[in-house]
Ligand binder design. Structure first.
Ligand code: DGY
Length: 327
């Protein structure tokens, strides 16, 4: 490493333009895919680095940050930051950044895509054709749920929840939502959205439930067997937030027993592991955490994280770095 320049560890390959941007300013090390998902590897190698640009799959624990005695900032390549012990970072004077806004539209598009694929049974229908079963147009084949006039219940009405709601409105859906706080009247009006204080009541009233909330102590296993039992049996569940918002065992049971009609899951509690009963559940779409995966968005995510690092290492005032998280 070249002395005089700060040292930055990027835990795995990200868009080249972002790496080049950081290389203009610092010595940059890029880890191998998956290597720094191990807390032990991180603890062993973090010490020389002034900044860590990490993936959401990297556990930035108290032990990691204590081993990183030169660390000034941890920038997550994601909007969700439940992988980082923010309290400890605060107590050690380490800044934490995430990447809000830049992925909102990509995630809104993706949630809509999951809903359309699930409600119109696209996965099963395509498999049917590939298996050689398509013998001609069928009046009763693959009948799905039409979205018009259906209730979409969104849990977590932040930027991504609202982006999804706007798209769903264009498909004629009614918007219900449960959130820590009510939206301001203008945003509520723009979506014609109805606030529901009790998440169980939202489950009862929704034809589709979408999870768009962060993972916190309050949202962990929010979707459990009680919640699922309150959903109508024709209802669908979509999750692009974090896997642990759902009790996966309870969901797998509910899908197998037709308590609900289907689920589209982009995230899992123990990624990359997927609960074995979900792998064989009916009408279930399982995707490898790709909600923000567009060329444009992934580059924007990287640039936002990189700029927070450059700002902190240059000693910029925290108040001028919009994506810093306060513990
Ligand atoms: C994030 O950035 O937190 C999301 O998980 C993207 O899919």
């Amino acid at each position: 490493m070249n002395s005089g320049k700060p040292n930055i560890l990027i835990t795995e390959p990200i868009p080249a333009k972002v790496i080049d941007h950081l290389r203009d300013f610092a010595n940059v090390t890029v880890g191998e895919k998956g290597y720094f998902q191990s807390e032990e590897n991180l603890i062993n190698e973090i010490q020389p680095y002034d900044a860590l640009l990490c993936m959401l799959s990297v556990p930035v624990t108290e032990a990691v940050m204590k081993a990183g005695s030169n660390l000034k900032i941890v920038a997550n390549f994601a909007v969700g930051y439940d992988n980082i012990d923010v309290e400890t970072a605060g107590s050690l004077g380490i800044r934490v950044a995430n990447t809000p806004d830049v992925l909102t539209e990509a995630c809104g598009d993706y949630a809509m895509g999951l809903l359309l694929a699930l409600s119109r049974k696209l996965k099963e229908a395509e498999q049917y054709l590939r298996d050689g079963n398509f013998k001609g147009w069928e009046p009763l084949g693959f009948l799905g749920m039409e979205l018009r006039d259906r209730n979409l219940g969104i849990i977590g009405m932040g930027r991504i929840g609202q982006a999804f709601a706007h798209r769903a409105r264009a498909f004629g859906m009614n918007i219900l939502y449960h959130n820590r706080s009510k939206l301001d009247p203008d945003s509520e009006k723009a979506l014609d959205a109805t606030y529901i204080e009790d998440s169980g009541e939202l489950a009862e009233k929704s034809d589709v439930v979408s999870l768009n909330c962060p993972l916190t102590d309050n949202t962990r296993h929010l979707v459990d067997s009680d919640f699922l039992n309150r959903m109508p049996d024709h209802a669908l569940l979509i999750n692009i937030s974090r896997g642990a918002v759902i009790d996966e065992e309870a969901l797998a049971e509910a899908l197998h027993n037709k308590v609900i009609a289907g689920a589209a899951l982009d995230v899992f509690e123990k990624e990359p592991e997927v609960h074995p009963k979900l792998l064989i559940a009916p009408n279930t779409l399982l995707l490898p955490h790709i909600a923000s995966a567009t060329h444009r968005t992934r580059q924007d995510i990287g640039m936002l994280a990189a700029d927070a690092i450059i700002s902190v290492l240059n000693g910029k005032d925290d108040r001028e770095i919009p994506n810093l998280i306060t513990p």
